[in-house]
Design a protein around this ligand. Structure first.
Ligand code: ARG
Length: 587
């Protein structure tokens, strides 16, 4: 069933067409003067301009035509020729009943389902995740949920950073600490122990230790470089160590991602495509995609139309090493062979824009992907109150695990203030605190326009008031509680009738879900979903304040309002689910 907005656009478009005016000018939008009418059409002005006629005259002609065809519709001409439109109560009721009966509560699937991959998260082995990885994780997870709900086939890949110089640092630093481990004996090639020689704590200590030394000491850095090159060339002891490092890191990462409720289909990394690199490089050389320059192999990707200079992509360094861009290209090749997606979305910070531009252009040039089949979904930084990138008090990088811990702490305090501690078992209380903390973190991130930076303010994010994740959970919980009481009293929901403005306003919000989904998909814009959830919560609030449910004496009206409340809750839980939030039973 079309939305109210689509049906209105259809009717007004037909009136334009009947008057020999362009049908598409009959498009209807939500009014920017809701005090006058809920919907408007501005097409008469554009039509008048095109036909060099008086806009009010055209508006009048359209109105006359519409009034004959749809006497139930209320139409007013305002200002220079705007059409203000108010659908009848029956149209609202019919739409509400259709949404209530729809398993997707009015949220339509895409008409053109595709197969896509989403590359997000992107944490680095042995380095703790920081808040930049948080953004990639929550935005990527929201997009994967949205795309699945829209009916697309989605494969998500965490794409671990596990192949650069940091691996050489870890290997050499470990060798200094434990030189007798079998992995360092070049004359041996296994078998090696099953148990890892390091814990995640060891890894997070070894890496900064080595990188600090390497900064001071060129020879130390050279050792790491050499170890990296040997690792990439396949030295068995080093490969065995790498496998341990990755397994230990993944175990720790899983804990953070589980806490956040973020999941991936594939836990692949840069190192997985190592064996494809020689073939890819050879192919690029033979076909002339790559050329030699100062001992390195590069791909020229600059275009005449570029406003700013884009450096060539370095495929193989002058030292013979494959770099970050090389692994990304090899990953495109691997994905083409294994999954063959029509689209790959890379959810990575804005700072890597040039990198992705280079990789995409090189991939198109080499025919690894169709033009437009690779897309960088960029995002801004998370800043502290000083407007600079968020740091710890000591000035270090903000660890994701600490951030989650702090949010939980605030959530517990807030829930205790609300008196929930005394009502729930400890396990239930912890589960609610987890939901509230995640809602705070995710909503405050996702509600921003993706490419802007935002200031991290945990107190505001955790508040139950204002435009926050916890506020939305709270509204949903409130509806649940009304419905529980209704069930206890044996009340049942029935057909929706619309007799109050606040009911119509709620139906309009429910109606706008499909449009919001389509826009969120088109613009890869989680904030559109956040806006929809917030608008719905507010519309429900307005409805609940104006239209009593349980105390209502008229049985049919009460049943109708119950149905509206049920439907609002279902759509609310759905959209919150797409954002990655789960609604507790009470809070
Ligand atoms: N590991 C990278 C980092 O931490 C992010 C990886 C992004 N994804 C990609 N395909 N390059 O900056």
């Amino acid at each position: 069933m079309p939305s109210l907005l689509e049906a209105l656009s259809e009717d007004v478009g037909a009136a334009f067409a009947a008057l020999d005016l362009p049908r598409e000018l009959g498009g209807v939008i939500e009014s920017d003067r809701p005090d006058l009418a809920p919907y408007q059409c501005n097409g008469a002005l554009a039509a008048a301009k095109q036909a060099k006629r008086n806009p009010r005259e055209i508006a009048q002609a359209v109105t006359d035509h519409l009034t004959t065809a749809h006497p139930e519709l209320k139409i007013e001409i305002a200002g220079p020729g705007f059409l203000n439109l108010t659908p009848p109560a029956e149209a609202y009721a019919a739409r509400a009943n259709a949404i209530a009966a729809d398993a997707r509560t009015g949220g339509e699937a895409s008409g053109e389902p595709i197969k896509l991959m989403i590359d997000f998260g992107g944490p680095n082995v042995a380095k703790p995740m920081h808040v930049g990885h948080l953004r990639s994780s929550v935005i990527g997870d929201c997009l994967q949920r949205l795309m699945r709900f829209r009916g697309h086939e989605v494969i998500s890949d965490i794409h671990l950073g596990d192949w650069g110089l940091q691996m050489g640092h870890l290997i050499t630093e470990l060798q200094d600490e434990q030189p007798d481990l079998p992995y360092f004996d070049a004359a041996q090639d296994g078998p090696y122990p099953d148990q890892p020689p390091v814990s995640i704590e060891d890894l997070s200590r070894l890496y900064p230790q080595a990188s600090a030394k390497a900064k001071e000491d060129a020879a130390r850095n050279e050792r790491s470089r050499k170890a990296t090159a040997e690792l990439q060339a396949g030295r068995p002891g080093y490969r065995a160590l790498l496998a341990h490092f990755i397994a230990v890191s993944i175990q720790a990462l899983r804990a953070d991602f589980d806490a956040l409720g973020v999941s991936f289909d594939l836990w692949k990394g840069e190192s997985d495509v190592n064996d494809l690199i020689p073939e890819l490089v050879e192919d690029f050389k033979v076909r002339g995609v790559a050329e030699q320059s100062e001992g390195a192999w590069i791909v020229r990707v600059a275009r005449d139309s570029d406003k700013k200079e884009l450096a060539p992509l370095i495929l193989v360094s002058s030292a013979g090493a494959a770099l970050y861009a090389t692994t990304d290209l090899a990953t495109i090749l691997e994905r083409r062979r294994e999954q063959d997606p029509q689209l790959i979305l890379y959810v990575v910070d804005l700072g890597q824009s040039d990198h992705f531009e280079q990789v995409f252009r090189a991939a198109y040039k080499a025919g690894l992907a169709q033009e437009g089949g690779l897309e960088h979904v960029k995002f801004g930084t998370v800043n502290g109150a000083d407007g600079k990138r968020l740091r710890t008090r000591a000035g270090g990088t903000f660890k994701l695990a600490d951030l989650i811990g702090q949010a939980r702490e605030r959530a517990r305090a807030r829930l205790n203030e609300a008196g929930l501690g005394a009502q729930l078992s400890e396990a239930e209380f912890e589960a609610v605190a987890r939901s509230v903390a995640n809602a705070a973190i995710k909503f405050s991130d996702l509600s921003n326009v993706r490419t802007t930076n935002y200031i991290f303010d945990l107190d505001r994010f955790v508040s139950f008031e204002g435009k926050t994740g916890p506020y939305l959970l709270y509204q949903a919980v409130r509806i649940k509680s009304v419905l529980r009481k209704a069930a206890d009293q044996g009340l049942t929901a029935g057909d929706v009738t619309v007799g109050h403005d606040a009911e119509a306003a709620l139906v309009r919000r429910l109606d706008s879900f499909s449009g919001a989904l389509a826009r969120a998909e088109r613009d890869r814009a989680p904030n559109v979903l956040c806006e929809h959830a917030y608008g719905l919560a507010q519309a429900f609030s307005g409805f609940y304040a104006a239209c009593p449910i349980l105390p209502e004496k008229d049985e049919a009206i009460r049943a109708s309002r119950l149905k509206l409340a049920e439907t609002a809750l279902r759509q609310m839980e759905l959209v919150l689910g797409l954002i990655g939030l789960d609604v507790p039973e009470r809070m």
